[in-house]
Design a binder for this molecule. Structure first.
Ligand SMILES: [Zn+2]
Ligand SMILES: [Zn+2]
Ligand SMILES: [Zn+2]
Length: 456
């Protein structure tokens, strides 16, 4: 077992939403300078690695990209996701102890269906990694802890019905910040109840309360769940200087969090205080991961005691933590029928707004309430603009753990939707066989993952 921390650094010079957008390459260049100047790359247990590219197939294992993966993904996206996959491989194989993917574009707002960019994200890097680890290495249980100031709504949505992926997000209260979700009642679907936990924090929350949540909720839940792999969705925009958030976390707070969480892999998400926060927070996280002293890492305008937590705010968060811990501990006693109803399918309607691309999407989601497996998921989606409107989409996702009955039903539903004529694009994502089909009605053409399906 190696004691090394792997680092992949990829600033994506050729990818930006616009030249002055806060999510831009400079986010990583100051970090790069700081890490270099501090001599961190000379430390014997830190190893910098060149990224590799994820394939379209790896993306299709997670996303229904409309109309196809190629339309939503640039090389930069494949490198960001591929960096996480490369580090994941090396950690599982034991040649690294842990890693930090300091990459962009970010990913945690990208949901299962992708009509365009939302929250600066098209492809969910953490989700691509999770499905890759399960397929390639047979990893069973994985936890994702999201420390970004924004709710990781895309990651939550992708794993909402998956009992083997625990998702915990703490973030600034959704009533005060994008994307406006991430409340304590969002707890996962009927077959994955309490595998989603949200901790909305009041604006102004400091390190003291943040670390209280870590010690009293996140660590005990992780200990119970016993994941084989822990991913930190590492957003640094809870920092007190961040222009997009209103929180008061410091570089020391983030480093302490990283040391206590001890994730296998941290994957960069947000963080927009390019000079005043990112170099310090990213450096402190890297030192914490590699077991080095980070106590000297301090922002130039920070002194100990600068922020005092209000007793009311701490009390409010303590009550929420108690409540969530109770839900977690009693998850197996929850009355699922009372919470979600009975019937062959659990259904919900969703409206999804793509703030970057101004797309409004309507979704109707159905989950097969299977007694033998987590069930397959059917999504009917319609977006008002974006690629090739109209774009009425029918998509089915079959989970890794699916029973043979669910696999057969899903395959039938896919064939039926292709013939029906109600949909422009029809998708089948079968994780049991690692097969990803898409059908485009106008062209009467079927695709298998990354190319046209060969004539039989
Ligand atoms: Zn978060
Ligand atoms: Zn963020
Ligand atoms: Zn089943």
């Amino acid at each position: 077992m190696s004691g090394k921390t792997g680092l992949v650094f990829f600033p994506a010079f050729d990818w930006a939403i616009s030249p002055t957008h806060p999510e831009r390459e400079e986010r990583l260049l100051y970090t790069r300078d700081t890490i270099f100047e501090e001599g961190v790359l000379d430390l014997p247990n830190i190893e910098e690695l060149a990224p590799r590219l994820a394939t379209f197939h790896d993306i299709a294992r997670v996303h229904f990209c409309v109309p196809r993966v190629q339309s939503q993904v640039t090389e930069a996206h494949l490198i960001a996701a591929g960096a996480a996959m490369l580090l994941g491989d090396l950690i599982i194989e034991g040649s690294l102890r842990n890693g930090f993917a300091l990459v962009r574009p970010p990913g945690h707002h990208a949901m299962r269906v992708v009509h365009g960019n939302r929250g600066f994200c098209n492809i969910n890097n953490e989700a691509v990694l999770v499905e890759y680890l399960r397929r390639r290495h047979g990893v069973k249980r994985i936890a994702i802890v999201d420390s970004d100031v924004h709710h990781g709504d895309g990651t939550q949505e992708i794993f909402y019905h998956d009992p083997d992926v625990l998702f915990i997000s703490f973030h600034q209260d959704g009533r005060t910040i994008y994307p406006g979700t991430g409340f304590t009642h969002e707890l996962g679907g009927p077959l994955a109840y309490a595998r989603t936990l949200n901790v909305p924090l009041p604006p102004g929350t400091t390190d003291e309360t943040f670390l209280y949540v870590v010690d009293n909720l996140i660590l005990p839940v992780l200990q119970d769940f016993a994941p084989e792999f822990i991913i930190n969705s590492a957003g640094q925009d809870n920092h007190y200087t961040d222009p997009l958030g209103s929180m008061r976390f410091t570089a020391q707070g983030y480093a302490e969090f990283t040391r206590r969480l001890n994730p296998h892999l941290a994957v960069l998400e947000g963080g927009y205080a390019i000079e005043s926060a990112l170099p310090y927070v990213n450096l402190a996280i890297l030192l914490a991961l590699s077991g080095h002293d980070y106590s000297y890492v301090r922002e130039p305008d920070y002194w100990p005691g600068k922020f005092k937590e209000s007793p009311e705010r701490l009390d409010q968060v303590k009550r929420m933590v108690d409540n969530l811990l109770g839900i977690w501990q009693n998850r197996d006693k929850a009355d699922i029928e009372k919470l979600f109803g009975t019937g062959k399918f659990y259904q919900r309607k969703k409206n999804i707004y793509y703030d970057t691309d101004y797309i409004e999407e309507e979704q109707f989601e159905k989950v097969r309430m299977c007694p033998y497996c987590p069930g397959y998921i059917i999504i009917e989606s319609r977006a008002n603009r974006g690629y090739g409107s109209p774009n009425r989409v029918f998509a089915i996702s079959v989970p890794f753990q699916a029973c043979s009955c669910c696999q057969a039903e899903a395959a039938d539903a896919y064939e039926k939707a292709k013939k029906e004529g109600r949909f422009d694009y029809v998708y089948l994502q079968d994780k049991t066989t690692d097969t990803y089909m898409s059908y485009e009605r106008n062209k009467n053409q079927e695709w298998c993952s990354e190319g046209p399906r060969p004539e039989v």
